[in-house]
Design a binder for this molecule. Structure first.
Ligand code: SF4
Ligand code: SF4
Length: 387
């Protein structure tokens, strides 16, 4: 009689301790148990085990249109930050859990208009903005020499290709300074698929996008893919092999590659930074992909004084904008961001550095909302100025 809810063993593993609630940024803003990992688990468990006694006792364990809408909101308010996975003491793998549950909710209760729109745009245009494929590589600075036999393909990603081109430009300039033989995929590059995977709509990503992007890289002969977007990096590095098997190419975040170039002496710091800075770990680079040290090492090499926020590394707080939350719940995303910016201000830092375009945008907008003067810059921008 119950619903065929996925991850059933996780639902029964939960001990209802509530550790996850205390660290959930969504709960921190909304304050409702129903929006927490424990609350959603409890509800799904009730749904999955609905039986004749629920009917006799008139317990409302059913997915009518009203409760379906509520469940949708509970699930899609999650930023996929992964903090619940970090603290859960029965080791529920929440990063995958939320993706499975989101997929199930979409199959069971349908997509919202905006989810459908994003899916359709990515399917048709290969980017979530509905921009033409032909202009995807238009950000490339004219003075960057591309190699016909590249060692590295720089994967720009949708946001840096169409909305934050300065970050893509800074990335290739850094590699160019080091004399890296590089190229880009241009219009052959498709969305990495992260926006759909995180929102439970990953079917076309798994069946088409992953194989396409890897094939395009392989055709260039490059053995390394470098991206400056935390979302693209985590998706290509960690999600692609789950579907395609082990990749024959190395996948690096630009912070890792910059560290390698600095360590080898290919890059030199000519204009050291004298500022006191703090570092915000993007969830997709830090907790999801376990890259904590490389960006910090780069910041230290640039000469900056790095001071850590109270919550950093594996325990860093989300900026608030992940998994479509920025688009669907803008105020909440900004309010989570305000908390993070306030934490940065407490350190006495003059600047926040983060290697993710989404974190940079949300933290800057949050600072503006709260009237805080501190700015957030992408690691590539600050690195380019110092090299
Ligand atoms: S992933 Fe983050 S936002 Fe989502 S439920 Fe877990 S702690 Fe909350
Ligand atoms: S931390 Fe894990 S066991 Fe505890 S309530 Fe959350 S999901 Fe359940």
């Amino acid at each position: 009689m119950g619903y065929d809810v996925p991850n059933i063993e996780d639902l029964y593993a939960c001990l209802s301790c509530g550790y996850c609630n205390s660290v959930c940024p969504t709960y921190g803003q909304v304050g409702w148990e129903s929006r927490t990992p424990r609350g959603v688990i409890y509800y799904l468990k009730q749904l999955s085990q609905k039986n004749v006694f629920d009917t006799i006792l008139r317990r409302g364990v059913k997915l009518d249109s009203q409760s379906a809408e509520r469940l949708r909101e509970c699930v899609f308010m999650c930023t996929s930050c992964g903090m619940c996975e970090e603290v859960c003491h029965v080791d529920i793998e929440f990063i995958e859990f939320w993706e499975d549950i989101k997929e199930w909710v979409i199959k069971t209760v349908g997509k919202t208009e905006s989810q459908k729109k994003m899916y359709d745009r990515i399917k048709e245009f290969k980017n979530p903005f509905g921009e033409p494929a032909e202009t995807r590589g238009a950000w490339l600075p004219e003075d960057i020499k591309l190699s016909e036999t590249p060692e590295v393909i720089f994967f720009g990603g949708c946001t840096e290709s169409y909305r934050m081109q300065k970050l893509a430009q800074a990335s290739v300039k850094i590699m160019d300074k080091a004399g890296v033989e590089l190229n880009i995929l241009g219009e052959k590059e498709w969305c990495c698929g992260s926006p759909l995977l995180r929102l439970g709509q990953g079917d076309i990503v798994k069946s088409e996008f992953m194989a396409h992007n890897i094939k395009m890289v392989e055709e260039t002969g490059a053995k390394t893919v470098v991206t400056a977007c935390a979302g693209c990096f985590n998706t290509i590095k960690n999600d692609y092999p789950k579907v395609l098997g082990k990749l024959d190419i190395e996948v690096l975040h630009l912070s890792e590659y910059t560290k390698r170039l600095l360590d080898s002496g290919a890059l030199k710091v000519n204009n050291p930074i004298s500022q006191k800075v703090t570092y915000h770990d993007p969830c997709h680079l830090g907790r999801h992909a376990k890259v904590f040290e490389a960006p910090r090492d780069v910041i230290n090499s640039l000469g900056a004084e790095l001071v850590e926020m109270r919550r950093h590394g594996a325990e860093a707080c989300c900026c608030g904008s992940g998994a479509g939350v920025k688009a669907a719940y803008k105020d909440m995303a900004l309010d989570i961001g305000v908390g993070r910016v306030e934490e940065a201000v407490e350190t006495g830092a003059e600047l926040i550095i983060s290697p993710c375009p989404f974190c940079v945008l949300n933290l800057n907008q949050a600072a503006e909302k709260a009237g805080l003067k501190i700015k957030t810059v992408d690691l590539v921008q600050i690195a380019l100025g110092a090299l």
